[in-house]
Design a protein around this ligand. Sequence first.
Ligand SMILES: [Zn+2]
Ligand SMILES: [Zn+2]
Length: 220
Amino acid sequence: MLELLLPQRCLVCAIGGAPLCATCRARLPPLTPPLCGRCGAPTAWPVARCRECAGRRLAFASARAALRYDEQVRRLVRAWKEQGQRGLAEDAAAIVAERLAWPDAGLVTFVPPDPGRRLTRGYHPAQRLAQALARRWQLPCEPRLERSGGSHRQRGLSLAERRRNVRGAFRAEAVHGTIVLVDDVYTSGATADAAASALRAAGARRVEVVTFARAIRGSQ
Ligand SMILES: [Zn+2]
Ligand SMILES: [Zn+2]
C-alpha cells in the first residue's frame, strides 16, 4: 500500500519515475561470452570447465546470468531486497529473458529465503523473479525447496566456509525432468550447488541455474 503512495524513484540514480530508469537499465553491465559452459564465469575463450569450477563437484548442469554483479547492480539488488520493489521483478525478468536462451525445462523453482532474513512485506526477490520468468517462458513456477533449518547466511564467509555452511541446507519435494533454479545473485555458487543437490536428490534429472546477476571473481 505504502509503495503505491510513495513517488517512484530509480534505485540506481534516484531520478523520479520508475524503480529502474531507462538510462540506468541500458547501462547495466551485461555478462557476455566467452563464458564457462558450466558455472558461467567469464573466460578468455569458451570452455567446458574453468579455473573457478574445475575440480568442484557441481550438482547443477549450468549456471547462467544476465548481468555482472558490479557496484551498480549490487545497489539495485540491495534496494530490491530491502524495499521489496514489486515492479523490479518484471524489469529483472525482462533483462534475463532478453539475454538468456529459452530453457528446455519442465518447471521453474527458486532458492527459498534465508530464515535469518526478515522479508520486506513478505517480498522475496528470487521468487518474484522466478514467477515473472516462468510467465515469459510459459513454464509452471512452483516452490519445491525449503531450508532444512537454522540460518545459513553466507555474508562475510570465505569460499570454503560458504560451501561447508550450505551443505545439506535444503530439502526438496519430489521433482522430475529438467528444473530451472532461479536466484537473484550467483556469488560463490555454493547456495546454487546446495539447492541443486537437493533437487537432484529429489529426482531432478538436470538443474539449470538462472540468476539476475553473477559475481565475477577478482573484480568484486
Ligand atoms: Zn536511473
Ligand atoms: Zn566454470
